[in-house]
Write a protein that binds this ligand. Structure first.
Ligand SMILES: *Cc1c(COP(=O)(O)O)cnc(C)c1O
Length: 405
């Protein structure tokens, strides 16, 4: 049997982040071992037969399971407060696994239209090919979610806060809508991580993660996961990973499980930096609007504070001033190109602050009309705030902001 490390009950999340997982091997390593092996030698034919029949009994082959991956899964589940978790190669592979496990032809999904772009494509285009229909609704209007429900609705999918406008949805209210309809609610918890937000405590059934973001937190590897009830994870999702092979690589699992050890302090420090930057931007005459859940001016500030442990997260956006799309874009580009410390990139969840122009990158494939409907103007700049000193970040933004006319 694959056992958990025995720890006393009632430990805090920061302790579980450092301690949860498998017990050490016979060598007593203090840092978790990295098992780089595709296969596992069996002590005898009978044990081999038992493990092949029931992977919970032991390790056989790397596509099915691996001890380093198990430690990552046990640690993440402990932090999310779910019975179990399963690792996947990327965050998108976790959503693919979710769909393969819960949906069949004729089923219907309700999803916010503000979710991650590849998530939209996966539901609308790829699952659509297999006869699964999806309806995309407002992130914040609960009435639209309710109206979209059909007798064949199986899944509600939400992400909160969203990129880049940091819109927050009410997880508890959405869980009620899902359960009334006999459907499940899955929350993409990428932006907050379990350090800030535990969706299953608010009624969500499953949590999806891109380990590529804050869980690793240092921009090194790709990873993903689903967290939820043991029955779904072990009986529904694990057999699909074993068959279809969206397996998390042990090296990547090891990097991310070591990342989890510092998740709490990193998130708290990055949230503090983000709040400081947001307040600073709000006071600058070159900035017309700041989107950040930690600011009292944010439309769902109170909900966000309740749902996210009183913290706003580390992603924020702001509109620079300008009179028309051309001048807005020129000013946004000036701020981005004047930065000497921040990285011009489009990912997030790194210790390095990332600055980007959403209208020409993550939302570049939309038409200008679709972009305006989504509220993403040419003057919008997104920041994924990292761990650099706050004064250096402010100075980096001033290099461009002070040039705006
Ligand atoms: C990055 C991201 C994903 C996809 O994760 P990958 O690891 O890149 O596949 C999904 N959701 C959100 C919110 C993300 O930011």
């Amino acid at each position: 049997m694959i056992e958990k490390k025995s720890l006393p009950p009632g430990l805090h999340r920061d302790t579980l982040a450092v301690r949860a997982g498998l017990p050490p091997s016979q060598w007593g390593e203090n840092s978790e071992a990295l098992y780089l092996t595709s296969g596992f030698v069996q002590p005898d034919a009978q044990t081999s037969a038992e493990r092949f029949a029931s992977p919970q009994e032991g390790y056989t082959y790397g596509r099915t399971s691996n001890p380093t991956v198990t430690t990552f899964e046990q640690r993440l589940a402990a932090m999310e407060g779910t019975e179990a978790a399963i690792g996947t190669s990327t965050g998108m592979a976790a959503i693919l696994l979710l769909g393969m496990g819960l949906l069949k032809a004729g089923d219907h999904v309700v999803c916010s239209r503000s979710v991650f772009g590849s998530t939209l494509n996966l539901f609308a285009k790829e699952f659509g090919k297999f006869g699964v229909e999806s309806t995309f609704v407002s992130q914040t209007d609960l009435g639209e979610w309710k109206k979209a429900i059909r007798p064949n609705t199986r899944l509600l999918f939400a992400e909160t806060p969203t990129n880049p406008l940091t819109e927050v949805c009410d997880i508890k209210a959405l869980a009620d809508v899902a359960h009334e309809a006999g459907a499940l609610l899955t929350v993409d918890n990428c932006f907050c991580s379990p350090a800030l937000q535990r969706p299953t405590e608010l009624g969500a059934d499953l949590v999806m993660h891109s380990g590529t973001k804050y869980l690793d937190g240092q921009g090194r590897v790709m990873a993903g996961a689903l967290c939820g009830p043991a029955k779904l994870i072990h009986d529904v999702f694990a057999p699909i990973v074993r068959t279809a092979g969206m397996t998390l690589a042990p090296f990547n699992a090891w990097v991310v499980l070591k990342g989890l050890e510092t998740l709490g302090i990193r998130m708290r420090a990055q949230c503090a930096n983000a709040l400081d930057v947001a307040r600073f931007l709000e006071a600058h005459p070159g900035v017309t609007r700041v989107y950040y859940p930690g600011l009292a001016s944010h439309q769902q500030h109170e909900l966000a504070m309740r749902q996210q442990s009183g913290l706003g997260g580390a992603v924020l956006s702001f509109d620079v001033k300008g009179t028309d799309p051309e001048s807005l874009r020129a000013n946004a580009f000036r701020v981005i190109d004047s930065a000497q410390v921040m990285s011009i990139a489009t990912n997030l969840g790194d210790t390095k602050t990332i600055i980007s122009h959403s209208a020409t990158t993550s939302h570049g494939r939309l038409t200008e009309q679709q972009r305006q409907a989504a509220g993403i103007g040419q003057g919008l700049v997104r920041l994924a705030v990292g761990l650099e000193h706050i004064d250096d970040l402010k100075a980096d933004l001033l290099r461009g902001l002070d040039q705006l006319t």
